[in-house]
Write a protein that binds this ligand. Sequence first.
Ligand code: GLA
Length: 749
Amino acid sequence: MIRSLRSVHLGAVLACGLLASPVYAAATVNATPRYDAAQRLFRLDAGGVTYAMGVNADGMLQTLYWGARLPASDTLGPALPAPERSSFDPAGALTPQEYAGWGGAMTATPALKVRLDDGNRDVVLRYDSYRVENDGLAIVLKDAQAGVAVTLRYTADDATGIVGRSAHIKNTGKQALTIDSAAAATWNLPRANDYSLRYLTGTWAGEWHLQTRPVTPGATVLESRRGSTGDENNPWFAIGRGDAWNEDHGDVWFGALAWSGSWSIRVDEDILGQVRVVGGFNPFDFAYRLKPGEALDTPVFYAGYTRAGIGDASRLMHAFERDRVLPGGASAALRPVLYNSWEATEFKVDEPGQEKLAEKAAALGVERFVVDDGWFGARDNDRAGLGDWVVNRRKFPNGLKPLIDKVHGLGMSFGLWVEPEMINADSDLYRAHADWVLNFPGRQRSEGRHQLVLNLAREDVKAHVLQVLDRLLTENDIQFLKWDYNRNWSEPGWPEMSPGEQQKVYVAYVRNLYDILRQLRAKHPKVEIESCSGGGARVDLGIMALTDQVWPSDNTDPSDRLSIQDGFSYAYAPATMMAWVTGSPNWVNNRVSSLDFRFLSAMQGGLGIGANLLEWTPAEAATAKTYVAEYKTIRATVQRGALYRLLSPQGRAPWSATMSVAQDGHQAVLFAFQRQGEESRPYPTLALRGLDPQARYRWRAIHGKVAPGTPDVASGAYWMQRGIDLVMKGDLQAAGIVFEREGGRRATR
Ligand code: GLA
């Protein structure tokens, strides 16, 4: 008989301590785990998903099922270990274990590898006990003789079926040990040999390229060894089954790591078709020493399942991020329209110049004015000043107050750029504390953009950064920080620690970063923060829990952006994605584009403007003002609605189209783009998605032409089956069409 394990309470995750990671959410709404004592089976039923595990006769905790939700009456056990297939194929490697130690005859990728000080490296984890902690399940595995206990933590989000997993690894023995690798979770997929993997790759100004490759026997490793999330890969995966999985159809398993340090997600398939996804701290250069009694918490690895294709997988992720990860959750504020002068002025910021821009921005309907790099220290270019977070009195003789007052007087909130984890060698801070950076004594200190990385793992450095930022926010009436991070780690030494403890830097740095953000938010609850890393090199569910928005790329070309934004949307919510309208020709590729194209491209996310407004003609300003006003009427739909990708811009495709449907169903917004017009080919008919077939919708164009004969009003069924034809002629054309539901709203899906 399966027994329901009632939650103890539904408090904030942060307060309950169930999730050891920094991820916190508003009130948690997790499914109640169930346990069948007779068969030793655990089961999580949430959203459209059932996740089941069981303890087999050898004491291994193994995955029994992860897929579409099953009736509670179905029994998913018993848990049977795979028999040894040959002397080369031991049972432990064939059994889909939830969290295997490297020990015994294990040959598959383990979740945990440990070295004890006496030289023993054999850790065989067996089931010990379970408990219900707050609104999740904790299962304890142990190797008592080795002195290792691992508490696996599970939550399952009722709305989306997304399961969160992490591990708490404790040294319960009498000697010290070193963890060589520690995953947050191993996800075992149903045995099959027809999977393919989607993942995201990129580079500076070219982030978020979607890749697809078959999953075949062997391994694919997605990772960052950079000390931070990185843009080369993003810690997200989606695995679909069969040839036919696509935007709307097919089984898809997907997941993302909540970690902003070096990470890895490894997808292994063995020859028998067992696919394992093992993700957590990157084992490369990893070593975490635990004295008796000490413990290490891994990040949380979230994963979900859908039968309805990669489009639904993305929508589930978006809903989860929106409601469960981002600060404020479902009640978070919509992203204000912002202005940022970086592309207009670069480091040449000063009080009169910024004031002029602020006046122009306010006249367009901009709601937040952000001063970017250059306002502090001796910062006239990227060679000096980082670390000295004092206002440059040459540029702002009376401090920031006059500008802030002016911005507030114009009805906008005020934001400021900071890069608190970095330092130029040419700075007062470095002259005083050259030992504060990551370094190996006696070795070179490699610079990137003339800067070095402060070792935030050091408590004194953490305290300094926290104090400087706290003072900045206390002394100035600031509503927003753009928090930048513009290089990878190099020479990641921590010489103040013993050699055996130095590699703790990979964990301690990130935890301290999270702690700084958490403390700042607690002390300055009205301040919003953007995660920027030379563009999109630090976007993950860990940083997302502590920041309100992210900057996906420094590339602001509106055509390149279509691919960037599309790739981003596979893993992350439009609610977080900032997009600016900047100057034309664009600095990245010299491409000339119309203001219409630029606005419509940027309106797919949180709208910003980054052009030099002093150069805009009155006609351009008037156009911009109209777009900003239009955006405000659709932004709730764009930012927090359900996103449908209709035409993919990936692979430099000529067309791109998305639509968003408001949570309450009253509105839908269609964006369509033509990068190149070839041979006077007509634009593909766009069959809309996500509408109520019975309801009637009236369209209006923000910009662009619909084909003659298009009805003014039609049913949801009509727009979804017959679709809409747009007229686009020439290169870099765009349309934005709003559909308003007639006669009120419907309930949220
Ligand atoms: C990074 C950011 C840019 C800008 C500059 C300032 O490159 O991504 O948006 O803030 O730094 O130096």
